[in-house]
Design a binder for this molecule. Sequence first.
Ligand SMILES: [Zn+2]
Length: 251
Amino acid sequence: MVDDTTPTFDASELGTPESTWAAWDHTYTPLDLSRCRELIVVAPHPDDEVLGVGGLMSAAVAAGIEVTLVAVTDGGGSHAGSPTISAEQLIAERPEESRRALAVLGVETEPVRLGFDDGDVESREADLAHALTQLLTGGPGTWCLTTWRGDGHPDHEATARACLTAAARTGIAVLEYPVWMWHWAHPNHPDVPWGRAFGIDLDADVLAAKRAAVREFATQIAPLSDHPADRAVLPPHVVDRLLRPVEVVFA
Ligand SMILES: [Zn+2]
């Protein structure tokens, strides 16, 4: 039986290099934010919001759009078996990393933290959909941004499904941002809905802010020790893919 709490990709492999994506001659339809008044960004783990749509959030704040983060888990599962850091320490530290990163991007609104267990979102998907139904309100100018339902990580996919369920109840728009797709997919990959992909070009200032924001994720971007369980979750080749001057959402 397939263990459905395990990602469908191997994060310890190098994945598709950023040079391959950068060389792809693909033009995304620009995302038009003019009808958006409020963005509710739902993140399974503290860093997905910045890695996936940090530039979009920064541009939205600059355009006067209200941006709020909904954090599904506090990220206690990133270093299972670590001799250096415990789940409790991660749960204390990772939300603070996210808070500092969002401040760098100009997002100062107090986040909503739902406190689900990292790695176990899928088993509580109905509870998450119920919680999100109370939050994803606001009418036609409110957009929900969530991880992509096909991203390959069970927490990312369950979060997307719960957002889609909740938003169908409340009637607001949902856009999905890929994170791990850039690792396992390749240009023109048949499992990726390229036909509904929209791009957000990041200018130099926004990209610099996103780069600085990513540096706040100290527990994730560098090894915590030489122990295998302490290896970087977001080593440089992963971060490179997420600091491209364009972000993509599926709408
Ligand atoms: Zn994640």
